[in-house]
Design a protein around this ligand. Structure first.
Ligand code: SF4
Length: 383
């Protein structure tokens, strides 16, 4: 009996310390542990949002799987929440907005796809935990996508607090972190939760949000968020295209303006992978990409999860929003030759947005040869 208790205590404390140290050696510097109890507060929020019809469009819809950890791993006793930075440089991009026709890519998306990098590390962490214990262990992990409410779990595990822009803020890396969680049947000592209210009277992110998606503190209308709009499949609703401005992929504005993110250069860790892309790309170059070139250039990043047409649709909209007639020829070529109706439709919209006689004539010409109903409808609306 005594030996069993001693072993349990050893697992709760010593094994937890070893797990944290091994995770740090993998490049996952922030690790916290929380219990596997149902998340009562989250359940209330999800229920309310489902009733209101404001539940995020890309989020996991089955609530019990989100808020009751045992619904995802029946033997779960503890949840290990992890965070690692994807950006630690001082914020300067906000001071050097690119010229017209150059699109902005969110910081997380320029690196190697974090899902793949993280999965490999969490797999190694799982093997490490199993090797430490002389008993059968069940585990399951997720990175970013999946049912666990990762920000609520991270706050409960003491990694940071959720700001008014709904993102998790860590003391070391601000909000520029990716999160992952590992559910395990091992009983570990929970860390104290983070309860601090750090935003105070500040509302900078709410005022700066380019699309008004942050309509109230701690509440995001995900269907308006540029991060969602630039990643969605299918045409972006016409009334929302102006909101994109020059955002080619994702949006960092609410993080860039946040005072809590201003001193990141002091952070001691490095992101898990080096950037593969620049943050600013000429939108016209994106429109000219072949499928093969797209895969070669973007296939290893998180952008590569979507087909080329999604990025080209965004590029056309960026060019329309910049309003510069220099981009009429590249949009006209795209309207004539791009194999994807969604991109031809966005190019038609962009020509209409730039306007003028030349764009008008090109739209009329396109109308006479186009057969796809969706593109014809876009052309009609642009004329
Ligand atoms: Fe909070 Fe201000 Fe940062 Fe928004 S900008 S998350 S209100 S501190």
């Amino acid at each position: 009996m005594y030996e069993r208790r001693r072993q349990e205590l050893d697992i709760k404390t010593n094994i937890k310390a070893k797990i944290k140290s091994f995770a740090a050696s993998l490049g996952l510097p922030l690790v916290g542990v929380t219990s596997a109890e149902p998340l009562a507060e989250e359940e209330k929020i999800f229920t309310r949002r489902q009733e209101e019809g404001t539940y995020p469009p890309l989020a996991e819809q089955r609530m019990p799987r989100r808020t009751r950890p045992a619904a995802l791993l029946s033997e779960v006793r503890s949840i290990i929440s992890l965070a690692a930075p994807y950006f630690t440089d001082p914020i300067t991009a906000i001071d050097r907005l690119p010229e017209a026709g150059v699109g902005v890519i969110a910081r997380y998306a320029i690196n190697r796809d974090y899902h793949a990098v993280w999965r490999e590390k969490l797999h190694r962490l799982t093997l490490f935990i199993k090797a430490q214990l002389r008993q059968p262990v069940n585990t399951k992990f997720w990175v970013d996508s999946g049912p666990p409410p990762e920000k609520a779990l991270a706050q409960k595990a003491g990694l940071g607090y959720v700001g008014k822009n709904t993102l998790l803020y860590t003391a070391l890396f601000g909000s520029f972190v990716h999160l992952g969680e590992l559910y395990t049947s091992v009983d570990l000592e929970p860390d104290p939760p983070c309860r601090r209210e750090e935003c105070g009277a500040c509302r900078r992110c709410l005022s700066a949000c380019p699309s008004g998606a942050l309509s109230a503190p701690y509440f995001i209308r995900a269907e308006l968020c540029l991060s969602y709009l630039t990643q969605m499949r299918g045409p972006i609703p016409r009334e929302k295209r102006r909101l994109l401005g020059n955002h080619l992929w994702g949006c960092d504005v609410c993080q860039e303006v946040c005072p809590r993110n201003q001193s990141l250069s002091a952070a001691p860790a490095v992101p898990l992978s080096d950037p593969l892309l620049p943050r600013f790309l000429p939108a016209a170059d994106i429109l000219r990409l072949s499928e093969e070139e797209y895969i070669a250039r973007f296939g290893s990043t998180a952008i590569g999860w979507r087909p080329v047409a999604v990025l080209q649709r965004n590029a056309a909209i960026c060019l329309g929003n910049c309003g510069d007639p220099r981009y009429i020829p590249v949009l006209a070529t795209s309207l004539r030759e791009n194999p994807h109706p969604m991109v031809r439709g966005a190019s038609a919209w962009a020509l209409g947005a730039i306007g003028g006689r030349e764009a008008h004539l090109l739209l009329l010409k396109a109308k006479s040869r186009e057969h796809h109903a969706q593109v014809l409808e876009e052309i009609e609306a642009a004329l």
